[in-house]
Design a protein around this ligand. Structure first.
Ligand code: NDP
Length: 280
């Protein structure tokens, strides 16, 4: 069976170019503030990618870097200041945070109208009540990829592997809102393959290199691979094995699938936040 590669890189470029044009026409440029606490090397890379993307789209980027030893109270004070700052339209706190800081308390403190990550409980609630404001970037990107690939979701069986707050849970909510019948699997799921084999649409967000093999996928399934991790040889790998291309009708590659869409969706959310706050 010929398997279509869903090109996230090309779609993300199209979206970023549309956003760049729109921002160029605005008098007040959207401003995203990313707060980074500590020295986590992956987080540093993500923050820098976000900054480059923001500036590339003509937006303003104001990153705040705090030491590993930062207290919860100090971080809360920084976020309160950003919430009150009218020149900042969007706030993102890079996770994971150091051990001494309660992540939930921090994410809850970001003003809902600036919460472009969609992790504030108010925005999470809206997502589940089908009136979303800021949809987390990776799940939003996944839905856009499915749309681009022309996948009709109503009545389909979507199986999501992974249940994190960042990817698995919100993507399951979005698939449900799109009228798919949704099954959510996780590390305690018994006989994972029995579920994945039923999927018309399979979304995998685990972080275990190539764990989904050909014999776990139904012929003709659409497969979205959010995984990005390093295999034993240090090579970047998705959660889905190459062999799945023999049976799937469409698949996202790693790299070049979900990853680029995450950044594009963050820019889209930032633009929306700025517009909602009156930027013209
Ligand atoms: P988490 O580690 O937070 O969650 C992983 C999920 O996978 C958990 O729900 C866990 O279950 C489940 N899981 C672990 N092992 C198994 C197993 N053997 N079978 C079934 N389920 C399992 O990861 P994230 O959701 O944050 O990220 C997942 C992947 O997506 C990672 O590779 C990450 O790098 C990538 N990612 C990519 C992004 C992008 O922009 N491309 C953005 C965000 C993430 P349990 O809940 O029971 O522990």
């Amino acid at each position: 069976m010929s398997c279509r590669i869903i090109d996230g890189k090309a779609l993300a470029e199209k979206i970023r170019s549309r956003i760049t044009k729109e921002v160029a026409s605005m008098k007040t440029k959207p401003c995203l503030s990313v707060v980074l606490v500590g020295e986590d090397s992956a987080s540093k890379v993500y923050v820098s990618m976000k900054e480059v993307a923001c500036i590339g789209a003509g937006m303003k980027s104001r990153n705040i870097k705090l030491p590993e030893s930062t207290t919860e109270e100090k971080l809360l004070a920084e976020i309160r200041a950003l919430n009150a700052d009218k020149s900042v339209h969007a706030i993102l706190v890079q996770v994971p945070l150091p051990k001494q800081i309660n992540e939930n308390r921090i994410l809850e403190s970001v003003a809902a109208e600036k919460d472009v990550d969609g992790f504030n409980p108010c925005n999470i609630g809206r997502l589940h009540s089908r009136s979303p404001t800021f949809v987390p970037a990776t799940p939003k990107g996944i839905m856009r990829l499915l749309d681009e690939a022309g996948v009709e979701l109503a009545g389909k069986h979507a199986v999501v592997v992974g249940r994190s707050n960042i990817v698995g849970k919100p993507v399951a909510a979005l698939l449900l809102a799109a009228d798919a019948t949704v099954t959510q699997c996780h590390s305690k799921t018994k006989d994972l393959a029995a579920f994945t084999k039923q999927a018309d649409v399979l979304v995998v967000a685990v972080g275990k290199p190539r764990m989904i093999k050909k014999d776990m996928v139904k012929k003709g399934a659409v497969v979205i691979d959010a995984g990005t991790s390093r295999d034993a040889n240090g090579k970047l790998a998705g959660d889905v094995d190459e062999s799945v291309r023999d049976v799937a009708s469409a698949i996202t590659p790693v790299p070049g699938g979900v990853g680029p869409m995450t950044i594009a969706m963050l820019l889209e959310n930032t633009l929306r936040a700025a517009r909602n706050q009156g930027c013209k």
